[in-house]
Design a protein around this ligand. Sequence first.
Ligand SMILES: *Cc1c(COP(=O)(O)O)cnc(C)c1O
Length: 433
Amino acid sequence: MKFYSTSDKSLRVSLKDAVIQGLAPGNGLFMPERIPQFPNSFFKALEDKSFAEIAFGVSQALLEEDVPVGELKRVVDHTIAFDAPLVKIQNGIYALELFHGPTLAFKDFGARFMSQLLGYFAKDCDKEITILVATSGDTGSAVANGFFGVEGTRVIVLYPKERVSDIQEKQFTTLGGNITAIEIDGSFDDCQYLVKKAFQDNDLARTLFLTSANSINIARLIPQTFYYFYAYAQLKDRSKPIVFSVPSGNFGNLTAGLLAKRMGLPADKFIAATNANDIVPAYLRTHVFSPRRSVTTISNAMDVGSPSNFARLMDLYENNHARFSADVDGYSFSDEETASAMHRIFNTSQYLMDPHGAIGYLGLKRYEHAYQNQFTGIFLATAHPGKFRETVQESVKRDIQLPPALEAFLAKEKSTIKMSADFRELKDYLNNV
Ligand SMILES: *Cc1c(COP(=O)(O)O)cnc(C)c1O
């Protein structure tokens, strides 16, 4: 399988180059040149398969020419080392819980898959690979934990000072070893800008072997398709149309879902559910893509003003608004709506949602209201509620226990480097590591 760039379709690179480069020249994003189609028999057989078997089947169809089978199996088995259960919340409404990994958010899937794949490709590189990553919270913890101790790699995490939760911060500022955290005096968009600048810098390219682990990396995106198939496999009643609601920020998860649909997954509709940073819902409404500065919300892992996977979405739909909106509806929700949904569902269904999952849930409710038809709704529960304990406690008016994995992180000392959002400062630092 070769990969092309969304900004230059004539460019074709190998999986190895796509994973190592992260971003294509001219800020393009890599896409697979061919999307495999699974026959009906594949979907019929899904329910008898384990999560890891399903994931291996999907990754084989995409990557079998690029990674030896045994190696691919090892990468998949390492990635799918925890479950993603489909949990019934109400009649016809399910949560796909993607937070049972080490950092308790869905980004563990992408980070683990990518770290193993990159570790495999790094074996024949002579320079250490530096992974530079901007995070609004969860990417940093997933990538840092995914790469912690992986030989031949070091990770530098850039994050906006005071704009991530305590628990998020502790998960990537306390590891040490091959993980460094840089606290930027600015927003997540500033961090993302700095990372982009670093990749475009010719001096740095000469001295460092830089790569990215943001959701733009194709190795992060591919494993995110797996759990859509696994959700379908777990669904007992498939008589009604299936709607996936995806709480979104950079839109990697939504892109992966739409890729799965393109591979044949019988999903009727996808919902792009956002907080006040409603760039994609606004695009669906107005036909105009207009990125802007992000605003801060209680679902802060989705506070993105310039969603990086928009280029992939447009590529997948050939910039055709009508075709895109046939598959995708977009809704946005305020902090008040998010908090009251967490409260309501806890009281009526005894189910605890984190603020991001709550936005996914609200997406299904608004869809139900808009169409009044019968459907089976699955929302992606992207983080464990304990990861956003303060917000969740305030909403449900009750104390919440932290999972032991998070308690252990909180007990450790944070260690960071402080910087302004001025690129020269970052460049100086990178030149001297
Ligand atoms: C990153 C993140 C999202 C947004 O995912 P995208 O793929 O960037 O749209 C949603 N919820 C949580 C908890 C996240 O960490």
